[in-house]
Design a protein around this ligand. Structure first.
Ligand SMILES: NC(=O)c1ccc[n+]([C@@H]2O[C@H](COP(=O)([O-])OP(=O)(O)OC[C@H]3O[C@@H](n4cnc5c(N)ncnc54)[C@H](O)[C@@H]3O)[C@@H](O)[C@H]2O)c1
Ligand SMILES: [Zn+2]
Ligand SMILES: [Zn+2]
Length: 357
């Protein structure tokens, strides 16, 4: 089922080989029986898209592949097995990093779809959302639901950045009133993490570099800001920000694609606290002293995007008006410039691509 007015080809940003992404004309894809075709209005640019383009992760990528995995848009066609009780033409939906998963394995059945050994990843193992029309499994697209009122550009970053940090905060086990350090707080994941943390009643200590990011973090609700570029010791400054007794924060969300902050976090986290690894700097390793980790009872854990239920919850925070993270809209043709700014740590918040430009 599809609307008759669909074009045959379209613009897309295609990763052609490591380090090279190019704006091209390619065919509009057809949905398989279990997929929907989504007209992508806006797609956020995540640092993961830069890792995918550079090919710097130990995970095989399809080549060529259309990048992007924060696509917000409207269903324009459906496979024969997608009935109206599931999704209708015109529904507002989001395509996420998890393009599909088997829904049958032990992980999928428990709602840990991101751990599915048969998961397909948008903009990585299958074509993503840096195109005007993209396909995804009907069971996996995020339901955005508000129809005409949907703010697609503002919602795009919720689909990866928002979901990932919301899940990371849940995984950290912090409770309302406790302290969380957000490392990389001025970037895409970090800015929205401050908003989720505030909405969850947490006290936020932000870490990033430069005055502009500091101002943005404070405006979003961080109680204090540690500038890693000027600080003599990030470990000491975070401890000081955690209060008079300098016990350290209850949890840390590591969102900066750089190795140094991982070690620092294990040093400043409070005893019995939790360090959540989310950023994936190329080739990074984490070593920590066994003695300290034992006697301070520190937990270190990874957190990887989130399930369909986590997605629905993250979207619901947005729908309730609790999430206002900064974003700038530019045309999809300007992606390379966004990547260059991201590499230089110059992006405050998120860039969102308008796929029609
Ligand atoms: N685990 C997951 O499921 C998941 C999901 C999405 C993204 N990611 C990863 O998270 C990372 C961040 O993504 P993003 O889109 O927010 O990137 P971003 O480039 O928008 O933000 C990164 C921020 O880190 C800051 N930074 C750099 N070095 C720092 C340091 N030493 N100390 C403090 N801050 C520092 C930068 O200034 C920037 O503001 C990437 O590695 C990405 O691949 C992981
Ligand atoms: Zn992402
Ligand atoms: Zn599975």
């Amino acid at each position: 089922m599809s609307s008759p007015s669909l074009p045959k080809d379209q613009n897309a940003q295609v990763i052609e080989r490591d380090g090279v992404i190019t704006l091209k004309r390619i065919p509009v894809p057809q949905p398989s029986p279990t997929q929907v075709l989504v007209k992508i209005h806006f797609s956020g640019v995540c640092h993961t898209d830069l890792h995918a383009t550079d090919g710097d992760w130990p995970l095989p990528r399809k080549t060529p592949v259309v990048g992007g995995h924060e696509g917000a848009g409207t269903v324009v066609a459906k496979g024969s097995l997608v009935d109206d009780s599931s999704l209708k033409i015109g529904d507002a939906v989001g395509i996420k990093w998890l393009n599909s998963s088997c829904l049958d394995c032990s992980f999928c059945v428990r709602g840990d779809e991101s751990l599915c050994p048969r998961a397909e990843l948008s903009g990585y193992t299958v074509d993503g959302t840096f195109q005007e029309y993209a396909v995804a499994d009907a069971k996996h697209v995020a339901r955005l639901l508000d129809g005409d009122k949907t703010d697609f550009a503002a919602l795009a970053p919720v689909l990866c950045a928002g979901l990932t940090v919301y899940k990371g905060l849940k995984e950290s086990g912090v409770r309302a009133g406790e302290q969380v350090v957000i490392v990389g707080a001025g970037g895409g994941l970090g800015s929205i993490a401050i908003q989720y943390a505030r909405a969850m009643g947490l006290h936020v200590i932000a870490v990033d570099g430069g005055a502009e990011k500091g101002e943005s973090c404070k405006k979003l609700g961080a109680a204090s800001y540690v500038d890693f570029m000027t600080s003599k010791s990030v470990v000491e400054d975070v401890r000081t920000a955690s209060g008079r007794e300098r016990l350290g924060p209850h949890a840390v969300l590591l969102l900066a694609p750089s190795e140094g902050p991982f070690r620092q976090a294990t040093e400043y986290v409070r005893a019995h606290g939790t360090v959540v690894l989310i950023a994936m700097p190329a080739g990074a390793k984490l070593t920590m002293p066994v003695f300290d980790t034992v006697v301070r009872m520190v937990t270190v854990k990874g957190s990887y995007v989130g399930s369909r239920e986590d997605t629905a919850e993250a979207v619901e925070f947005f729908r309730r008006g609790l999430i206002h993270a900064p974003y700038k809209v530019v045309g999809m043709s300007e992606l390379q410039g966004v990547f260059d700014a991201m590499k230089a740590n110059k992006v405050v918040g998120r860039y969102v691509l308008d796929t029609s430009k």
